[in-house]
Design a binder for this molecule. Structure first.
Ligand SMILES: C[S@@+](CC[C@H](N)C(=O)[O-])C[C@H]1O[C@@H](n2cnc3c(N)ncnc32)[C@H](O)[C@@H]1O
Length: 356
């Protein structure tokens, strides 16, 4: 955790813990509040982080305002009793360990650490690309406009992997931060940063609970990162928390129709039959038990985005180009010419400022 903080400070971002402690000290002399820290400052602390106040009150950062299933899930510090808080000095005590992570996040960390070497080549190619292109069919940025308005924006890539999207953002004049759950993916990202002479913060962490303050970013983006590997009922409200009013959320994932037609075996391509139920679709634990993905039906995704404070601006169903060649065994170009295998959601946090 200390390493994470230093890395944030090195890049001039507001360090989370000192900000929280300063705010707590500003309460000196004020009547003790029931719930100790303002939500936006408490949110800057990592989940599981404990604070102690002189006078004996203690609290742990956890879900205190949780209106359930995707409705603005927020986290804060709920002090047990607050008699000592008026004279509080707050100290953060311990780091979040792997044991504190939700089960799917732990599984996916092990999975991505194992397979990170297989993604080095793609990372290298994408870092070296002069122009961004997206997804498995390499759709040019000029067609998809995922990075519109990036210049000058504070941007966060949720599930950055080898962080080539963040590199594209940096080259377009944005100030990206990448967060990823896999230490080994981040090792590749750091090496590529050095080789390409680009430096931006890379954080090890869960996109469902990002240790950065509210309203820090103008753009949150994910290409096959949090968009399929994190629980949408957690990461989408978290993206809303991280964005400033008017900020954009853009993410690319497998198309929902494609998921319905995909067999369990990932070396067998999707066919022209529905193999899964649409109703209740959420968590996909693959038969090998090594990883977990998440896929919501469109109506459910739309409602979740709206409940989290977003206005949906577009849903682009990607069609493979005529020239497409097969890159992965799970979908053929012929299939993806008839039906969408990938989709892009574009949404904007309610409010009138931000990236246009
Ligand atoms: C396919 S990569 C995405 C990066 C890149 N755009 C790509 O397509 O290669 C998926 C990444 O999501 C990360 N990931 C999975 N679950 C995550 C979570 N809960 N929080 C942050 N990153 C996560 C994995 O560690 C992995 O590096």
């Amino acid at each position: 955790m200390i390493i994470r903080l230093l890395s944030i400070e090195r890049h001039g971002l507001r360090p989370a813990y000192p900000a929280v402690c300063l705010a707590a000290e500003r309460y000196v002399g004020l009547p003790p509040p029931r719930s100790c820290l303002p939500t936006n400052l408490a949110a800057a602390m990592p989940l599981g982080c404990e604070i102690r106040c002189r006078g004996g009150a203690t609290g742990t950062r956890g879900p205190i305002i949780d209106r359930g299933n995707g409705r603005n899930v927020r986290h804060g510090v709920d002090l047990q009793e607050t008699p000592g808080f008026a004279a509080a000095t707050c100290r953060t005590l311990h780091r979040v360990t792997d044991d504190d992570l939700p089960e799917h996040v732990r599984l996916n960390r092990a999975y991505w650490d194992t397979y990170a070497p297989d993604w080095v080549g793609a990372g290298e190619r994408n870092w070296a690309r002069p122009e961004p292109s997206w997804g498995i069919w390499d759709i040019p940025e000029a067609e998809l406009h995922m990075l519109d308005g990036a210049e000058g924006a504070d941007a966060i890539e949720l599930g950055c992997g080898t962080a080539y999207v963040s590199a594209w953002l940096a080259r377009r004049g944005a100030r990206p931060v990448g967060i990823d759950n896999s230490p080994r993916q981040l090792e590749t990202a750091r090496r590529l940063q050095r080789e390409h002479g680009l430096d931006f913060p890379l954080l090890l962490g869960n996109a469902e609970a990002v240790p950065l303050p509210d309203a820090s970013f103008d753009l949150a983006i994910s290409e096959y990162g949090a968009s399929i590997w994190a629980d949408p009922y957690r990461w989408i409200p978290e993206a809303a928390r991280l964005l400033r009013p008017g900020g954009r959320l853009v993410f690319l994932a497998n198309a929902f129709l494609f998921m319905l037609c995909s067999p369990d075996e990932d070396d067998v391509p999707a066919g022209d039959r529905l193999l899964r139920d649409q109703f209740g679709s959420h968590r996909y634990a693959w038969p090998d038990g090594r990883s977990v993905e998440f896929h919501l039906p469109h109506g459910e995704m739309l409602r979740l985005l709206r409940r989290s404070g977003f206005e949906v601006e577009d849903l682009v169903e990607i069609r493979a180009p005529e020239s497409a060649t097969a890159r992965f065994p799970y979908v053929t170009p012929e299939w993806a010419r008839r039906w969408p295998s990938e989709e892009v959601w574009k949404a904007r946090l309610a409010g009138d400022e931000g990236v246009r």
